[in-house]
Design a protein around this ligand. Structure first.
Ligand code: NAP
Length: 249
C-alpha cells in the first residue's frame, strides 16, 4: 500500500482526472472526491485504462460546499488510508449569466462550490500537515480571476478569492513545511468548456498565443511540479497555465 496520500476535490472531472493519474504515477495513493453519484464510473474506467487500480486510488463522495460533509470526508480518509500530504482543491462549477440577470442562487452556488469549498476542505487538513511538518496544497483558480469574463462575476470573484486565500495561508504556514500555491488554467478542453458556443470558442482560441486550447494534462504537469518534495521553496505563487494569455494582462 502506498503511504503518501493525495486528495483531489472534483477529482473525477476533466482536469481532476488528469491530476489523479499524474499524482498516482508519482507514487501517491490518490483519493478523488466527487459529488454526483454515478460520475465516478467514467473516472474508474479512465484510471483502469491508465493501469491504475485499488492499490493506487479510491473515491470519496462528499459535497465540498458543505463544511461538515468535508470534515467527515477528511476524517474517513485519515482513518481508512492515512494522513493527507497533498491536497488539490479542484472542485468547481460555472453558472454563467450577466450580473443584471444573475439570481442569488447562481451567485451563491458558484461562491460556495469554488471558494468556500477551499476553506471547508483545507481547514480540515491544515493542522495535520503542520503537525507533521509537511504538506502541499494546490488551489485551482482561473485566468479569469484576474482577466474577468463576460457573464462570470460570480466565477471570477470566487477564483480571485482563491488567490488571496492562497497567498495568506502560504504566509501562515510557511515555517511549517507546508506550501500553498494556486494554478490558474486558461481555456482547457473539458466538459466545463464543452458547453461554450462555437463562435466564442473560436474567438477564445484566436487569442491564445500558443494557438491551441490547453489539455487537462497541461494543468496536471504544473500540479506535479508544485507538490514535489523538491518544490518546498515555491509557495504563495499563482502559476499561469494558459498558453501565454496572461502576457496581455
Ligand atoms: P469539470 O470536468 O466539470 O469538473 C469539475 C468537478 O468538480 C466535477 O468532477 C464535479 O463533480 C466536481 N464538483 C462540482 N461541485 C462539487 C461539489 N459541491 N463537491 C464536490 N465536487 C464537486 O470541470 P474542469 O474543467 O475539470 O474544472 C476543474 C477545475 O478547474 C474547476 O475548479 C474549474 O473552475 C477550473 N478551471 C477550469 C478551466 C477550463 O477551461 N476547463 C479553466 C480554468 C479553471 P461531479 O462530477 O460529481 O459533479
Amino acid at each position: 500500500m502506498k503511504n503518501k496520500i493525495a486528495l483531489v476535490t472534483g477529482g473525477v472531472g476533466g482536469i481532476g482526472t488528469a491530476i489523479c493519474i499524474a499524482l498516482a504515477r508519482q507514487g501517491y495513493f490518490v483519493v478523488a472526491n466527487y459529488v454526483v453519484p454515478g460520475s465516478e464510473i467514467a473516472w474508474q474506467n479512465k484510471m483502469k485504462a491508465a493501469g491504475l487500480g485499488a492499490d493506487d486510488c479510491a473515491i470519496a463522495l462528499a459535497d465540498v460546499a458543505d463544511f461538515n460533509a468535508s470534515g467527515k470526508m477528511i476524517a474517513d480518509i485519515h482513518a481508512t488510508h492515512g494522513e493527507i500530504s497533498v491536497l488539490v482543491n479542484c472542485a468547481g462549477i460555472t453558472r454563467d449569466v450577466s450580473l443584471r440577470k444573475m439570481t442569488p442562487e447562481q451567485w451563491h452556488a458558484v461562491i460556495n462550490t469554488n471558494l468556500n469549498s477551499v476553506f471547508n476542505v483545507t481547514r480540515h487538513v491544515i493542522d495535520s500537515m503542520c503537525d507533521r511538518g509537511f504538506g502541499r496544497i494546490v488551489n485551482i483558480s482561473s485566468v479569469n480571476a484576474t482577466k474577468g469574463a463576460f457573464g462570470q462575476t460570480n466565477y471570477a470573484s470566487a477564483k480571485a478569492g482563491i488567490v488571496g486565500f492562497t497567498k495568506s495561508l502560504a504566509l501562515e504556514v510557511a515555517k511549517k513545511g507546508v506550501t500553498v500555491n494556486a494554478v490558474s488554467p486558461g481555456f482547457i478542453e473539458t466538459d466545463m468548456t464543452a458547453a461554450v458556443r462555437e463562435d466564442l470558442r473560436q474567438q477564445t482560441l484566436s487569442q491564445i498565443p500558443t494557438g491551441r486550447a490547453g489539455t487537462p494534462e497541461d494543468v496536471a504537469n504544473a500540479v506535479v511540479f508544485l507538490v514535489a518534495a523538491e518544490s518546498g521553496y515555491v509557495t504563495g505563487t499563482n502559476m499561469a497555465v494558459n498558453g501565454g494569455v496572461h502576457i496581455y494582462q
